[in-house]
Design a protein around this ligand. Structure first.
Ligand SMILES: N[C@@H](CCC(=O)N[C@@H](CS)C(=O)NCC(=O)O)C(=O)O
Length: 220
């Protein structure tokens, strides 16, 4: 599922008028924090539990849709509002990634149009995330904006190999950040997985690179 863009008040009304959860990010191009919130929402949109609930995520320009912004009392950007059946069910004012993440997950997992469903178990979520791509990197930030030196170096090494990979920003999800450490018995990030198997962190990848074994490890 991708993140849709809402350009008119009519698009906005049509978008939220559904029994499934809809999430709207009231944003502005000039606000740096809005870019971070958009990244958080893009990661949320990829989560198996969010996808399977049919939840939809959109961004709108708060200034362009000024009447809508007035109606929902958008005092500042970023603001994220969660709707169901056209009605606001929850909201987060400000760039609070942890709150946005937990509210979207709670609302999309527990109250779908089909009635209450059991929340997805953390272990199942972790397995699904680890297997989202043949080469999966759990890191701080993303490939365009790593938020830690170790993650940044790993991305530089991976980019040098030309191999295709996907990333997950553990700073957007405290449950995954702590849960994966325990699940894989590996206390730090970055963590690199190939076909669902943990290869290791930056030190291991550097070692594989200097032994000339990295490319073979990434393409088993
Ligand atoms: N020697 C480690 C370095 C990675 C590291 O020390 N990461 C720290 C700081 S970014 C970490 O993830 N700490 C746990 C946490 O932040 O949850 C490696 O090879 O990957």
């Amino acid at each position: 599922m991708s993140v849709t863009s809402l350009d008119t008040a009519e698009n906005f009304q049509n978008f939220i008028r559904t029994p499934v959860l809809t999430v709207v990010h009231f944003s502005a191009d000039w606000a740096e924090q809005c870019k971070q919130v958009t990244e958080v929402l893009k990661e949320l949109a990829k989560l198996p539990e969010v996808q399977s609930s049919g939840s939809k995520i959109a961004i709108c320009d708060a200034e362009k849709l000024s009447e809508v912004s007035l109606q929902y009392k958008i005092d500042s950007v970023p603001t994220v509002i969660l709707f169901r059946n056209g009605a606001q069910v929850d909201r987060v004012d400000g760039a609070d990634a942890a709150q946005i993440s937990s509210k979207v997950k709670a609302q999309s997992a527990n109250k779908t149009a089909l009635g209450d469903v059991a929340p997805v178990k953390l272990e199942d979520r972790l397995k699904a995330l680890i297997n989202r791509h043949d080469v999966m990197v759990f890191m701080k930030g993303n490939r365009d904006q790593p938020r830690c030196g170790f993650s940044k170096t790993l991305i530089q090494i991976l980019n040098g190999t030309g191999v295709s990979y996907d990333t997950f920003d553990i700073l957007t999800d405290e449950e995954v950040r702590q849960g994966l450490k325990e699940y894989s018995d590996w206390p730090t990030y970055p963590q690199l997985y190939v076909k669902g198997e943990l290869i290791g962190g930056l030190d291991i990848i550097k070692e594989l690179q200097s032994n000339g074994e990295l490319e073979a490890t990434l393409k088993p």
